[in-house]
Design a protein around this ligand. Structure first.
Ligand SMILES: [Zn+2]
Length: 171
């Protein structure tokens, strides 16, 4: 299974072909949305900048080497930009309720283009069961990220204090 979430998530609406061309997913452990494919960001922004309640709201699309377009809809925040190269598990945004949405979730679908009506079988591609409920868990954990860990943000003074405390403890 390969979902946009690290840890547990629920399926709140299943894939129904043209009637609903993806899965609605809700993160339980985290609201971070992670890349589910290695590829390039080909869309990152509002579906309609003049109407934030329309369609996918803020969304991101990754194109993989096979030309498949992985869509992540209704985001509250976007953490990437068009042209970026991403790897599986990179954080690309935060789950939200922008666009045509009644609650925080991610519409996750794969299309052959940026246009609606070109959907592929999201269950087959992702391995996520087409059954509403959960929780599901694909086993991703923070330590498994392929991106470098964030730098230690301790200030120099804090580090010196820690060293001093250690020195006093063991001397
Ligand atoms: Zn949906």
């Amino acid at each position: 299974m390969n979902s946009p979430y690290e840890g547990k998530f629920n399926v709140t609406q299943r894939f129904k072909g043209s009637a609903h061309d993806g899965l609605d997913l809700v993160g339980i452990d985290s609201k971070e949305i992670h890349a589910t494919a290695d590829g390039k960001i080909v869309y990152a922004g509002w579906e309609n900048p003049d109407n934030h309640y329309q369609g996918f709201g803020q969304y991101v699309v990754i194109q993989d080497s096979k030309g498949r377009m992985f869509h992540f809809g209704h985001l509250s925040e976007i953490r990437c930009k068009v042209g970026d190269t991403v790897k599986i598990t990179d954080v690309i945004g935060i789950e939200g309720s922008t666009g045509h949405s009644t609650g925080s979730h991610c519409h996750y679908c794969v299309r052959t283009s940026l246009s609606p009506g070109t959907f592929l079988d999201i269950n087959q591609i992702s391995g996520i069961p087409n059954v509403e409920g959960g929780p599901y868990d694909d086993g991703y954990r923070p330590g498994q990220q392929t991106t470098p860990a964030p730098k230690d943000d301790h200030s120099k003074e804090e580090l010196l204090q820690e060293l001093k405390a250690l020195y006093e403890k063991y001397s």
